[in-house]
Write a protein that binds this ligand. Structure first.
Ligand code: HEC
Length: 181
């Protein structure tokens, strides 16, 4: 009887010892070198990756007046090449697919007599401001719904500024540039 108990206790202690040793062993196996800083390293949250993502998200768009101040009209003439498929830029130029653009900065919208503007363009009203030109050239279809201007849009803000600086130069009396705040 006693012998049986001893055997059972012995087995129990043995098992306990075994688990203990196993614990030490696995701990040694999986222990990490001391962490440099507290907390967990989450995937994609390395100092570098995080910084880059943040810089991208937080990079403020350069305001149009600032871009216009350093825009080169001569470069804008180059960037405006795709526009020439549909627009004449010369003084007294005639309508092509689109209305002539000489003097368009500050000109009332949809104001070329005889040009068949879309209803969306006619309904817009007001004179073409620098901001409005920027938005329209960036994405004609989303800016003026129903526009007839079949142009995908110039997505590069600096190129748009150059184009607008060029448009501004197409005038006997160019409007002042907007103040860069
Ligand atoms: C595929 C032909 C086409 C291209 C390319 C094109 N346009 Fe136009 N554009 C038009 C048409 C058509 C209209 C008239 C839109 C309407 O009535 O909705 C127009 C209208 C405009 C107007 C308004 C003019 C006014 O009298 O109110 C501006 C400004 C303008 N375009 C600028 C540009 C610029 C800048 C580019 C190049 C970045 C460009 N367009 C490229 C066809 C084009």
């Amino acid at each position: 009887m006693n012998f049986e108990i001893n055997k059972a206790v012995g087995a129990g202690l043995g098992a306990l010892l075994f688990t203990f040793m196993l614990g030490l062993f696995t701990e040694a196996l999986y222990s990490q070198p001391a962490m440099k800083k507290p907390g967990y390293d989450l995937p994609g949250a390395s100092a570098e990756g995080h910084g880059a993502a943040e810089a991208k998200a937080a990079e403020p768009a350069v305001p149009l007046p600032v871009l216009l101040a350093k825009a080169d009209p001569a470069k804008g003439k180059d960037d405006a090449k795709p526009c020439t498929a549909c627009h004449d830029f010369s003084k007294g130029g005639a309508a092509k697919v689109g209305p002539p653009l000489y003097g368009v900065v500050g000109r009332p919208k949809a104001s070329i007599a005889g040009f068949n503007y879309s209803d969306g363009m006619k309904a817009k009203g007001g004179d073409w401001s620098y901001d409005e030109l920027d938005h329209f050239i960036a994405s004609p279809k989303t800016d003026i719904s129903g526009t007839k201007m079949a142009f995908a849009g110039e997505k590069d803000a600096a190129k748009r500024a150059a184009i607008i600086a060029y448009l501004r130069s197409l005038s006997d009396n160019p409007l002042p540039l907007p103040a860069a705040k």
